[in-house]
Ligand binder design. Structure first.
Ligand code: F6P
Length: 378
């Protein structure tokens, strides 16, 4: 019999987190289960810091709210935690201590709302005997075996609005406008917003780009009388003969989320200005993509995911990730999701050793983009 459950929101924040919390809490209450929330992600598990969540109390008014009311941390790896001991920095596996905390608190199941790094730890906890259910959160939409992650639709909407706004200023000044969007090693946000926003070029990590084909596209437009061009570039995109631009290496390069990307938009604008002679500007969209209120789509998706997570817990189906299959609520084993994930080499920027969900060349979005004349840089 399920009596007490707890939620963890881990990794970067994301629109829809609060809506998932709300749905889990409400479904728990409907079924006579108490719900708690760990404060600041996996950090709260280590510090044994949690609060009670109630729909008439701490968890009320959540549906439209951005961020997460219980906080998040995206650098806490409990299997390799950075701690100071005797004036020295050491890495320790504190997972057994955390499991003990969960047992003492009496939680029958932990819901882990997070991306691939979070679910990897969830899988590792499940191997050690904890009952875990994951919910795929990330604006990047890159969780393996997950049709769509919550937060992604909001990020695409924000990027699309930015493209609409860039269009009018690009047209007025006859400029090349570059928009750098997030997505880490996957080009979903760039590709989908490029289609939604009518961009001329979309550069994604999955297709190392040839600057000459971008120049060709811009020149072709010029020859047709179009005096401006709109380019979307994913933060993880790289030129054919170059590397991803890493802004910062985190945690000494340890773990899955070990680098902060960014800067390719600026480089691209400079290169294109030199090669086309047209004035070029870059806009890096940054954190507005993941802040603020979720779209109606993400509110509904988050609510469905939250409900399904609780339903799975009530059925005793643990160590799985909630997902959609053919548009229907479903689940996959955490092992299938993160089983093949390896650490990404901090400086290589390579994606080959992980099974994050990247854009495949036969994806409908790729076919649509190509047939609509969007240059993908190859
Ligand atoms: O994974 C979500 C995401 O927003 C990425 O798109 C981005 O690269 C990264 O997180 C930024 O993370 P941080 O919060 O560490 O700056």
């Amino acid at each position: 019999m399920l009596k007490k459950v707890a939620i963890i929101t881990n990794g970067g924040d994301c629109p829809g987190l609060n809506a998932v919390i709300r749905a889990i809490v409400k479904t728990a209450e409907t079924n006579g289960v108490e719900c708690y929330g760990y404060i600041e992600g996996y950090k709260g598990l280590y510090e044994n810091n949690y609060i009670k969540l109630e729909s008439n109390g701490s968890a009320s008014g959540l549906l439209h709210r951005g961020g997460t009311i219980i906080g998040a941390s995206n650098s806490t790896n409990l299997f390799n935690l950075k701690v100071e001991e005797n004036g020295q920095t050491v890495y320790k596996d504190v997972s057994d201590y955390c499991i003990e905390n969960v047992r003492k608190a009496g939680f029958d199941c932990i819901f882990t709302l997070g991306g691939d790094g979070t679910q990897k730890s969830a899988r590792d906890f499940s191997i050690k005997g904890l009952n875990v259910i994951g919910v795929p959160k990330t604006i990047d939409n890159d969780v393996a075996h997950s049709e769509i992650t919550f937060g992604y639709n909001t990020a695409v909407s924000v990027a699309t609005e930015a493209l609409d706004r860039l269009h009018s200023t690009a047209e007025s000044h006859h400029r090349i406008m570059v928009l750098e969007v997030m997505g880490r090693y996957a080009g979903w946000i760039a590709l989908e917003s490029a289609i939604a926003g009518g961009a001329d070029v979309a550069l994604i990590p999955e297709i190392p780009y040839d600057i000459n084909s971008v120049v060709e596209k811009i020149n072709k437009r010029k020859a047709e009388g179009k005096k401006f061009s709109i380019i979307v570039v994913s933060e993880g995109a790289k030129p054919k003969d170059g590397e991803m631009i890493i802004r910062k290496t985190l945690n000494d390069g340890k773990g899955l989320d070990n680098v902060r990307l960014g800067g390719i938009g600026e480089k691209l604008a400079e290169d294109l200005e030199a090669l086309t002679g047209m004035v070029s500007r870059n806009t890096t969209l940054g954190y507005v993509q993941r802040g603020g209120t979720p779209t109606a789509f993400d509110r509904v998706l988050s609510t469905k995911y939250g409900y399904k997570a609780m339903e799975l817990a009530l059925e005793g189906k643990f160590n799985v990730l909630v997902t959609l299959k053919g548009g229907k609520l479903s689940y996959v084993s955490l092992e299938d999701v993160v089983g093949n994930n390896k650490e990404i080499g901090a400086r290589s920027g390579g994606t080959a050793s992980t099974n994050i969900k990247t854009v495949k060349m036969n994806d409908d979005l790729v076919k649509v983009a190509r047939n609509l004349g969007i240059c993908l840089g190859d």
